[in-house]
Design a protein around this ligand. Structure first.
Ligand code: NIG
Ligand code: FE
Length: 413
């Protein structure tokens, strides 16, 4: 039996608490142990206590001296588009000249240009690119990511992307939670209703019979999929046993938050244009909001979602990167913490719960990851600072010292 003792964390940020997502004031309760430590056995957390107590029980264990640095659970990134080919440098340059996301898409950039490159790429090419991205996630302290398909838009290309996720999960230490997002855009030369039929009648059954995803998502937005089309796809997915996530009210207030509530989705994501009514609907439907400040920032907008109102309404808020080549080319969760504090007025404490335990529950993994508690996986990161608030305060450079997955060092130290 292999055992490991982590000692002398200036702050061991445990997030110990109720076995459910955290709401309202609970988002500010981090369960910090000063000069804290952990005993880990066979990749799982056995004891969490003061360093003095752990030292007494650490006989024969390999010692990791955190040496006055902070220790946190690995970040859980609940919204990414991790598998794609190429980049969108031309879109980036056009945006710098003042063009909008929608104008760029109409002019041949946008999601479609990534679809063309992704279709042309082999499974091996995509896996190679994805491994680079996985490495960067780990280097930023993230140990689990949700990952959406959606740059294929044919049966075979969507399945190819989901299979790449499966291999990535097997071949890297990063845990991948796959979501089927066949309804990310309407393919050229097809109308939306025809494509919705294809998603429902062919893609969904293949995805579920090959067990390639646990969640289904739809980009519910003008010019993409309207409320009725989104409802059809999501209802069909639900019948097949998939849980739901929804790209909702990102560019316009289309009522997608209400749809997410009606269908009891796990999450409604983006929500930049969601108003009080949408927030009330999310509360009554028990839906967790996933806020994505880096896509607002990278698109050059200032319309951030109403995080404070959501927290005050008692929603179990999550923050995530939305990592994708178009609207959010970052995989740094610390950058998201910074944006959430400075632009959405979340506190440096709330952002920690929103990027760990709450995200874990939205992915159905709250019992295994997202906090440092007895019985959970030993997925944790050590950062080069003394106070957890420094994670959001210093921005634009990595502060990661070391990252562990199931008790194994995967980055640093
Ligand atoms: O979450 N909103 C739709 N999907 C992505 C953007 C994808 C892209 O531009 O390639 C998002 O922002
Ligand atoms: Fe997205």
């Amino acid at each position: 039996m292999s055992s490991l003792a982590v000692l002398h964390a200036s702050q061991l940020v445990t997030l110990a608490g109720p076995k459910r997502p955290r709401m309202g004031g609970e988002l500010s309760e981090l369960g910090i142990i000063h000069d804290g430590g952990m005993l880990i056995r066979d990749g799982k957390i056995d004891i969490v206590a003061s360093s003095t107590d752990i030292e007494k029980k650490a006989d024969g264990a390999e010692i990791i001296d955190a040496d006055g640095k902070i220790v946190l659970p690995g970040f859980v990134d609940a919204h990414t588009h991790l598998i794609f080919a190429g980049n969108r440098l031309d879109d980036f340059e056009r945006r710098a000249r003042g063009d909008t996301y929608e104008q760029i898409a109409k002019a041949g950039g946008g999601i479609w240009s990534t679809v063309e490159k992704t279709r042309a790429a082999s499974e091996a090419d995509l896996l190679l690119e994805a491994k680079n991205h996985a490495d960067w996630f780990l280097r930023c302290g993230t140990t689990t990511v949700e990952s959406k398909s959606g740059y294929g838009l044919t049966v075979e290309d969507e399945l190819k992307i989901l299979r790449v996720m499966r291999r990535l999960n097997q071949e890297t230490p990063l845990e991948i939670v796959p979501t089927f997002l066949g309804a990310h855009a309407v393919p050229r030369k097809m109308n939306a209703d025809e494509y919705v039929d294809l998603v429902i009648n062919e893609m969904l059954s293949r995805v579920t019979s090959e067990n390639l995803a646990g969640f289904c998502d739809v980009f519910c937005e003008r010019g993409y999929f309207d409320i009725e089309q989104s409802r059809r796809i999501l209802s069909a997915a639900k019948k097949l046993g998939l849980k739901l996530r929804v790209h909702a009210d990102q560019l316009s207030n289309s009522g997608a938050a209400k749809l997410a509530a009606e269908l009891k989705a796990a999450t409604a994501d983006h929500l930049e244009k969601t108003t009080e009514q949408g927030i009330a609907a999310l509360k009554s439907g028990g839906v967790q909001p996933v806020l994505l400040p880096s896509s607002v920032y990278a698109l050059g907008s200032t319309c951030y979602p109403r995080a404070r109102e959501m927290i005050e309404a008692g929603l179990a808020v999550i923050i995530a990167t939305d990592f994708n080549p178009g609207s959010s080319p970052t995989l740094s969760m610390p950058m998201i913490l910074s944006l959430a504090c400075t632009q959405m007025k979340m506190s440096p404490t709330e952002v920690i719960s929103a990027s760990t335990i709450n995200a874990a529950y939205s992915l159905n993994r709250g019992d295994r990851i997202g906090s440092l508690e007895r019985g959970k996986l030993a997925n944790f990161a050590i950062f080069d600072c003394e106070d957890y608030r420094e994670l959001a305060y210093w921005f634009g450079f990595p502060q990661t010292h070391a990252v562990y997955v199931k008790g194994k060092c995967v980055i640093g130290a």
